[in-house]
Ligand binder design. Structure first.
Ligand SMILES: Cc1cc2nc3c(=O)[nH]c(=O)nc-3n(C[C@H](O)[C@H](O)[C@H](O)COP(=O)(O)OP(=O)(O)OC[C@H]3O[C@@H](n4cnc5c(N)ncnc54)[C@H](O)[C@@H]3O)c2cc1C
Length: 488
């Protein structure tokens, strides 16, 4: 008889794990509380518009290729990728904007135009970023984070000083233009912490940005979810939506024995949870939880977000598919997220208009707009605050991009802290997990395997390797490998 694994949640990490486990011969059942699959990467459709609810930047295409290759497939068997050109556009305080080209030679030219001599520094910086990327992919992120020793080899040792310096110091050493600094400090925001709290080693994200480029799956990020679900189904994975797990049951030997799903007890002797780690532990009796509330409270979490999905009844001018509004003081906003949590005085924000390059996401002549303001996790969330901040960013958007858009809003849907908690059982309503700071890297992150409960494993953005879609794919692989190893 096949060995059975129950997987809680259907985010990217769970989908990834489900494929690996099914391929290894397990009977896999995915239990998802929501009515659709994909976790934070679900889709929202309205009046002919299609929005990705969460992730929109497809970076590190090699990680997706590697995932599908493990099953003898390619991403193109499931979706079509376009390389965006420009990759993205950034607005600054002086109302100017810069577009990041898809070709490195053009990026060097842009840097040189902004600051004489900076192209040379950028080249040195990117050489080191590429080496770090190769090291990260080869020696670090595909390690399960069980022991510090798994990270030690001659290549990683030669880079150890980069863990004790920060991205901020490294970027500012040679580049002086505030605009270029903002562009170079942006990629590590995906890791969930401030550039002055993120090890310089993570400059590999800059290589991901400039070296590998920004891609878009035609039809949106949800096409990746659909591709992985299709693959999982061919491998025999069973999916159950509207299946809420409210308890993980254990016996006197502290091994898992079952789950309570929609109020009904089912037998289970192997469980992998891709739901937020903190939430999963609350499904256990307190005596067998590994981490206390105090532990979680002390951790640096990635921001929560206030999101708006907006249907516009006209095309929007002077923006690119991905557009960042770095036109206010980043340090003030960052301090209001991490140091002194409060609603931001003058928020930076990010917008995407996928319908600029992908006609499938909006009716002809219309534009699908997605707006994201990073916020401190756990902050108060009310309809009045959401409305106030929508007006705030729309006013700025109109000024910066020199056009009227408010009167063209057909509809808008918001999503914020309370929705992250309600929809995903997210700790403090975090949007994308636990940050990759020095003390929250690799074996210092919550463990992929429970040290207290036998046959309970974890995957996803709160464990290794960290936040983001590519890390989620890797996390699923790591967790499934541990399960397979344990049972073989
Ligand atoms: C707004 C936003 C923008 C982002 N942008 C990007 C981006 O551009 N690029 C990028 O790479 N990454 C981005 N990310 C991060 C990326 O989306 C996540 O890191 C990744 O999708 C997380 O996957 P996961 O498997 O860890 O968890 P999740 O996607 O959170 O999946 C967990 C699942 O568990 C389910 N669940 C929870 N509790 C239970 C329960 N008791 N019973 C059953 N099911 C349960 C939840 O409903 C959910 O479906 C973004 C995230 C957000 C929110």
């Amino acid at each position: 008889m096949k060995k059975q694994v129950y997987i809680i949640g259907s985010g990217f990490s769970s989908l990834s794990a489900s494929c690996y486990l099914a391929k290894a011969g397990y009977k896999v059942t995915v239990l998802e509380k929501n009515d659709s699959l994909g976790g934070r990467a679900r889709q929202f459709k309205k009046e002919g518009f299609t929005f990705d609810l969460g992730p929109s930047w497809y970076w590190m295409p090699d990680v997706f290729e590697r995932f599908f290759a493990d099953f003898g497939k390619k991403p193109s068997d499931f979706y079509t990728l376009d390389k965006l050109s420009p990759g993205y556009e950034v607005y600054f305080g002086d109302r100017s904007s810069l577009k990041i080209a898809s070709k490195l030679a053009e990026i060097y030219e842009l840097f040189e135009n902004e600051e004489k001599g900076s192209a040379k520094h950028l080249k040195t910086f990117l050489d080191s970023a590429k080496e770090n990327y190769d090291t990260a992919i080869k020696d670090l992120v595909y390690k399960p984070g069980i022991s510090p020793l798994e990270l030690v080899n001659t290549t990683t040792i030669s880079r150890v000083t980069q863990f004790f310096s920060t991205i901020r110091k490294q970027v500012r050493k040679n580049i002086k233009s505030s605009k270029l600094i903002q562009i170079l400090e942006f990629p590590v925001l995906f890791l969930g912490a401030k550039p002055d709290n993120t090890p310089a080693f993570y400059n590999f994200m800059n290589y991901a940005d400039f070296g590998l480029g920004t891609w878009h799956p035609r039809g949106g990020m949800y096409k990746v979810v659909e591709g992985m679900v299709a693959l999982a189904k061919t491998l025999g994975v069973e999916f159950k939506t509207k299946a809420t797990v409210s308890k993980i049951l254990t016996d006197d030997q502290k091994n898992v024995t079952g789950l309570v799903v929609n109020g009904e007890e089912i037998e289970a002797n192997m469980i992998l949870s891709g739901a937020d780690y903190h939430h999963t532990e609350t499904l256990l009796d307190e005596s067998v939880r590994q981490y206390s509330e105090k532990y979680w409270d002390k951790k640096t979490f990635a921001p929560s977000s206030l999101l708006f999905y907006v249907g516009f009844d006209k095309k929007i001018e002077n923006v690119s598919h991905h557009t960042l509004f770095f036109d206010t003081d980043f340090d003030v906003h960052a301090a209001e997220i991490y140091d002194n949590p409060k609603w931001p005085t003058d928020p930076l924000f990010y917008a995407n208009f996928t319908s600029i390059t992908d006609p499938t996401s909006a009716p002809e002549g219309k534009e699908a707009g997605f707006f994201l303001i990073p916020l401190a996790p756990g902050i108060e969330d009310t309809e009045a605050l959401r409305a106030e901040y929508f007006d705030k960013i729309m006013d700025r958007f109109e000024q910066r991009t020199n056009q009227k858009v408010k009167s063209s809003v057909l509809f808008k849907r918001s999503f914020c802290v309370n929705d992250f908690k309600g929809a995903y059982n997210s700790y403090k309503g975090n949007a994308y997990g636990m940050a990759n700071t020095l003390l929250q890297t690799a074996f210092l992150r919550p463990n992929i395997k429970s040290s207290k409960v036998g046959n309970l494993f974890f995957t996803g953005q709160l464990t290794v390797p960290g936040p983001g879609v590519p890390p989620a794919l890797i996390s699923g692989k790591l967790a499934s490998e541990l399960i397979i190893k344990k049972q073989s």
